[in-house]
Design a protein around this ligand. Structure first.
Ligand code: NAD
Length: 282
């Protein structure tokens, strides 16, 4: 079981490459949360598809790890790292400036996120504010700053990492739930204002094997007196028809599909890849 819950590295052969004129070194893809988990996988998938990537995160060591991984897999596109705190507008301005210096800024992936677990009555408002700032305000601010560049480049696309928690909610995660519903509202707002030139989509998955999730498994198993396999199958995937979590690279592939011409009619929509979690029950 130990092996099953280790977050898998992104391997080059698991990344799908899409034949798309815009997937070329002159096109820049800005990816937030790129130091870890899903954001790292999106950055690596974009680089393997030939895009130049502006990879950002608050975690500088993690960003270095992403760049090293890209070098190890001999990715076609370059990854430039731009450490940024998404709670700071001046830093985000500098990030967008840095990204535009790399080429035509066409793609934005808003992936960074964090979690806080507490009931509403006890929810600390500073944690609430930080979650809204990083997961809703920063994506909105980055869209505001990136859209003019996308229009100037002749078109672009914003992909937002939502969640099943942007469709239905669990208790004790009020800030996260509200943020993910908000991100879907942002997605549709960009679609409404993008005039067909700038598209937008969201991605809603259930559990993905990232350090954020797999790190909780041993503790949950101990707290509940069950095996780690039972935590995955019964607690995390209890309402899913699948018995395995998604791998981060599968989410990276979804973002690149969403950015590509294959998805040219995906605008404001949500890629709900939750193994049936929110639409079925057994
Ligand atoms: P992760 O913890 O591995 O990555 C999140 C990244 O966001 C980290 O690298 C972190 O440093 C960065 N970040 C946090 N605050 C920041 C700030 N102020 N400025 C800049 N960067 C900041 O988590 P993950 O599992 O890869 O999650 C990524 C996204 O996917 C999140 O939005 C999360 O809600 C969403 N998501 C995750 C899952 C899952 O099961 N892992 C499922 C659905 C949705």
């Amino acid at each position: 079981m130990g092996e099953d819950i280790t977050p898998p590295e992104v391997e080059r052969e698991d990344i799908h490459t899409i034949d798309d004129d815009r997937f070329a070194p002159e096109s820049v893809c800005l990816v937030t949360g790129a130091a870890s988990g899903i954001g790292r996988a999106v950055a690596l998938s974009a680089a393997a598809n030939g895009l130049t990537v502006a990879a950002t995160d608050i975690d500088e060591d993690g960003l270095d790890g992403t760049a090293q991984r890209a070098a190890a897999m001999d990715a076609e596109g370059a990854i430039e790292t731009v450490p940024t705190d998404l709670r700071n507008d001046a830093e985000m301005d500098a990030l967008v400036d840095a990204a535009t210096e790399l080429g035509d800024l066409r793609f934005l992936a808003n992936v960074a996120g964090l979690q806080h677990v507490d009931p509403i009555e006890e929810f600390p408002m500073d944690a609430y504010d930080e979650i809204q700032d990083v997961m809703v305000r920063a994506p909105t601010y980055l869209a505001k700053r990136c859209l003019p560049h996308m229009r100037e480049a002749g078109g672009g696309c914003v992909g937002n990492m939502a969640s099943v928690h942007g469709h239905y909610v669990t208790s004790d995660k009020v800030a996260y739930n509200v943020a993910k519903f908000g991100l879907r509202g942002l997605t549709q707002s960009i679609a409404a204002e993008g005039d067909g030139d700038v598209r937008s989509f969201s991605v809603s998955t259930g559990y993905v094997k990232t350090p954020l999730v797999t790190g909780q498994i041993p503790d949950t198993a101990e707290q509940r007196g069950i095996s780690e396999r039972e935590v995955v199958e019964d607690v995390m995937l209890g309402q899913s028809r699948q018995t395995e979590m998604l791998a981060p690279v599968e989410v990276g592939n979804l973002f690149l599909f969403g950015f590509s011409e294959l998805a040219r009619h995906l605008n404001g929509g949500d890629l709900l890849f939750d193994g049936g979690m929110t639409l079925t029950y057994a």
